[in-house]
Design a protein around this ligand. Structure first.
Ligand code: GDP
Ligand code: MG
Length: 177
């Protein structure tokens, strides 16, 4: 998980957005450090984390930005979106409201970000199946209509977190190559 001293071929900025408490910081902790915490405090001061991975023999540094508690509607500044080539739009499968807010987040994202930004919709906390409030089909349908990738993840169980990032990063890689 360290960046080492290898030569970097690409740096891709990816932003995490979505309501508070959906698991954005834990998804990032899982991807960047393979860590998870059940009582996660807002990671104040930390703007982004990086992890370098290899895609088609090139080294790609993913620079993943976390909102650090600015999740109120329109509180995320345009600086946050600037230069982003990927976005992960996260809701919690056990909180219907967090899914109902996705169109707002998408609108805000499309208003601020590059029009070619690669977006993945993520339904997090898939380990809490017994508390599910958002059917997979609803999200899949929404993603299809809006042209987004879609996956359900569990930061806790490390399910699909790696796949979510590699999906976005590989798509970005293919666009720039
Ligand atoms: P953020 O506000 O979107 O950054 O959300 P956090 O990453 O701080 O997570 C909010 C709460 O949900 C914390 O208590 C996490 O431990 C918990 N959480 C995050 N991801 C998962 C997950 O995949 N499954 C479960 N069961 N809890 C999670
Ligand atoms: Mg957070």
């Amino acid at each position: 998980y360290g960046d080492g001293n290898q030569k970097i071929d690409y740096v891709f900025k990816v932003v995490l957005i979505g309501d508070s408490a959906v698991g954005k910081s834990q998804i990032l902790a899982r991807f960047a450090r393979n860590e998870f915490s059940l009582d996660s405090k807002a990671t104040i001061g930390v703007e982004f984390q990086t992890r370098t991975l290899v895609i088609e023999h090139k080294s790609v540094k993913a620079q993943i930005w976390d909102t650090a508690g600015q999740e109120r509607y329109r509180a995320v500044t345009s600086a946050y979106y600037r230069g982003a080539v990927g976005a992960m739009l996260v809701y919690d499968i056990t909180k219907r409201q967090s899914f109902d807010h996705i169109p707002r987040w998408l609108e805000e994202l499309r208003g601020h970000a590059d029009k070619n930004i690669v977006i993945i919709l993520i339904g997090n906390k898939s380990d809490l199946e017994d508390q599910r409030a958002v059917p997979t089909e609803d999200a899949k349908e929404f993603a299809q209509k809006e042209g987004l990738f879609f996956l359900e993840t569990s930061a806790l169980e490390a399910t699909n977190v790696e796949t979510a990032f590699t999906t976005v990063l590989t798509e970005i890689f293919n666009i720039v190559n």
